[in-house]
Design a protein around this ligand. Structure first.
Ligand SMILES: [Zn+2]
Length: 669
């Protein structure tokens, strides 16, 4: 791992403490400190009055200990004087109420006033920071997004209208695109158009465009800051810190496109281990061919809960390296005595003393440093499988009332977990990215798609790839309106099917079931599915949603056995050029049935399951290294068929032997 770091707050602890901290950091193998993201009130205590001595002195001390600095713009926490003097910089909620100072992220990103103040502090910081050789990178803001909600102020409303005018050109086109003929929704004046916020009562097209607008505005705000830094501190690395495995509010593929590195704040106790791995697969995929950074992770519990096992921190860090991270920043150096995140444990205790977490970090980081020369030159792991994750689809489902029934993101994670459980490395990519290199391309509920994507997909399959589509596919246009003809849009020839619609399997029609009277009572319906995989007859059940499929030019591998779609196709397959297009027209099938179908798809795609391990024991290959990580609290053995030599851990008789939370780093010979 090239960069081993921590978030450090000299503005809070005082410059007199920095020498002690820097010495302890160096001993712990830390070579990078992230500074300043919440320090605006200590940098500019009054408008236009800057106090940066503490910052300059702290950075000089860190430099003496060989510690580089990731400098942050402090705009995530505007100072109280700014909010009180310039209320137009503060978010207005959908109900018209303006937020107050006292939390964070309460700024309106489109406010010209706010941007003017941001520009001034960033320019001053750049002027100071470029004097320091160890300030090599910048973080824009902190975790961009609607932490306290999006802004609905009049400035944002008028920016939304301008955004729509640019997109549609006229109100007539907008009315047509949104299909406003129902419920008298036609607009006759631009001033009538406002941001949508309610998936149950606002037009779904309006909600979807609102989500696109909010994402675009936040990216615009991020790039506004990036451009100031690039003008004033050229040559530095410019980035920002993302969140999640799949952050639902900002299109990260767009956000990071013009930034230098994709960064994730990844606390391994937030998600299940497979979701954590999904996060790393997302951030590796965002900028193809580039290593990603973990800009925040915990050395202790994220909140006041049980901290990780003393070996678990190391297992997480090695998993991060295996998936392509080159930076591991701990949040934070020391547990704060006060504040909103008082219970979040730092590497040092609140006493300032190095105890258990410090030892765990020190052992792990120095292990990485000892191997740095070799590890930092290893190229990224290579995936044969890609899941297409489309923000338009995510937002489309979030904009309509049926969204929760389809459970788009849980479906993405469900598919990813099948691959994770088989130790198959997976890229999670945007539909605009190049997918020609993958053997298997997976489309989860891709309810809308465009012609350009359909053409590229057809070409990839013709050249030999397998595409596996599950759930709703190509049934709506890009404005979230259903198509006036059968789907899948532009893909009927590839899959050899027509999709006429589908059926949600949540029932209120039973004699004791009701939508309202005397109270809501519903039943869950399952529909039997029967067919064969590799010559073996299989049956199972489908739930949640089933597709109304008409076979045109395909083989029907499974059919529904009852309800309205009896004997209609449930899973179809078509050869297309050198590849294959497979469609599963149901969601939430019986686990065993879905697993068998999935194994068959992998076999047909020539994607090999090389390493069989218990769930949450990972094997990842990078160049001539094989990294084996045991996330379980019990010892395990993993068969490694190729001859290897252990760099870390134990390898005997063709097996990697791992203690609880153990790591094996094996070099192929
Ligand atoms: Zn606003």
């Amino acid at each position: 791992m090239k960069y081993l770091g921590c978030a450090y707050y000299p503005e809070y602890w005082g410059v007199d403490r920095v020498e002690t901290d820097a010495k302890l950091m160096k001993e712990a193998g830390i070579n990078f400190a992230r500074i300043g993201e919440f320090a605006w009130s200590r940098m500019e205590p009054q408008e236009g009055v800057f106090t940066l001595d503490w910052l300059n002195k702290s950075i000089e001390i860190l430099n003496r200990y060989g510690i580089k600095v990731l400098m942050c713009t402090p705009s995530a926490t505007p100072p109280a004087w700014l909010a009180s003097a310039y209320p137009d910089t503060v978010i207005v909620k959908a109900d018209g109420k303006r937020l107050e100072h006292g939390n964070r992220k309460h700024f309106c990103s489109t406010s010209d006033t706010y941007r003017r103040h941001c520009r001034r502090i960033i320019e001053v910081l750049c002027r100071e920071m470029k004097k320091h050789e160890n300030v090599i990178a910048w973080q824009i803001d902190n975790e961009l997004g609607p932490e306290v909600g999006w802004c609905y102020c009049e400035n944002c409303q008028s920016r939304f209208r301008a955004w729509l005018l640019e997109k549609y050109g006229s109100l007539e086109t907008l009315n047509r695109a949104w299909g406003t003929g129902f419920w008298s929704m036609d607009y006759s004046d631009w001033r009538q158009v406002r941001l949508g916020s309610d998936p149950f009562h606002h037009y779904s097209s309006r909600n979807l465009d609102s989500k696109r607008f909010f994402s675009d505005m936040m990216i615009d705000y991020g790039m506004f800051q990036a451009n100031i830094i690039r003008e004033n501190h050229p040559g530095s690395i410019v980035t920002t810190n993302g969140m999640g495995p799949i952050y639902p509010h900002i299109n990260y593929y767009q956000l990071f496109k013009d930034l230098d590195v994709a960064c994730d704040d990844l606390y391994f106790d937030i998600g299940t281990m497979d979701a954590d791995v999904a996060a790393m697969n997302v951030f590796r995929s965002i900028k193809p061919g580039k290593k990603f950074w973990i800009t925040e992770t915990g050395s202790g519990a994220l909140d006041h809960n049980k901290p990780p096992h003393k070996k678990q921190f190391r297992a997480w860090a090695w998993s991060a390296w295996a998936h392509g991270s080159e930076a591991h920043f701990i949040f934070r150096w020391r547990t704060c005595l006060s504040g909103q995140e008082q219970e979040l444990q730092g590497i040092l205790e609140h006493s300032g003393l190095p105890r258990h977490r410090y030892q765990a970090v020190k052992e792990c980081f120095n292990e990485f440093n000892d191997l740095a020369y070799e590890l930092d030159r290893v190229s990224l792991p290579k995936a044969e499988v890609a899941i297409i994750q489309d923000y338009d689809v995510l937002w489309a489902y979030d904009s309509v009332r049926v969204g929760p029934a389809v459970n788009y993101l849980p479906l993405v994670y469900q598919i990813h977990k099948k691959l994770y459980a088989r130790n198959i490395l997976t890229d999670i990519i945007d539909p605009g990215q190049d997918f020609r290199k993958y053997k298997l391309i997976i489309l989860p509920s891709m309810v809308m798609l465009d012609k350009e994507f359909a053409d590229r997909l057809r070409n990839a399959v013709y050249a030999g790839a397998t595409v596996f589509s599950i759930g709703q596919m190509g049934m709506r246009d890009k404005n979230n309106n259903y198509l006036p003809y059968p789907g899948p849009f532009e893909l009927t020839d590839l899959f050899g099917i027509k999709i006429h619609g589908g059926m949600y399997l949540d029932s209120q029609v039973g004699v004791e079931e009701a939508i309202w009277t005397p109270e809501h009572r519903h039943g869950s319906v399952t529909v039997a599915v029967k067919g064969s995989v590799a010559g073996e007859t299989l049956t199972g059940m489908a739930s949640k949603w089933i597709a109304d499929i008409e076979a045109i030019d395909c083989e029907s591998l499974f059919t529904f056995q009852d309800e309205a779609y009896q004997y209609q196709p449930a899973v179809t397959e078509k050869r297309y050029g050198k590849g294959k297009a497979i469609y599963q027209g149901f969601l939430n099938g019986t686990v065993e049935l879905e697993e068998r179908i999935f194994d068959d798809i992998l076999a047909q795609s020539n994607v090999q399951v090389k390493y069989q391990t218990p769930l949450h024991v990972e094997v990842v290959e990078r160049d001539n290294f094989i990294c084996v990580v045991n996330h379980l609290d019990r010892a395990v053995e993993v068969n490694i068929p190729s001859p290897v030599k252990a760099v870390l851990g134990t390898y005997e008789d063709g097996k990697c032997i791992l203690e609880p939370y153990g790591v094996g780093l094996l070099r192929c010979i």
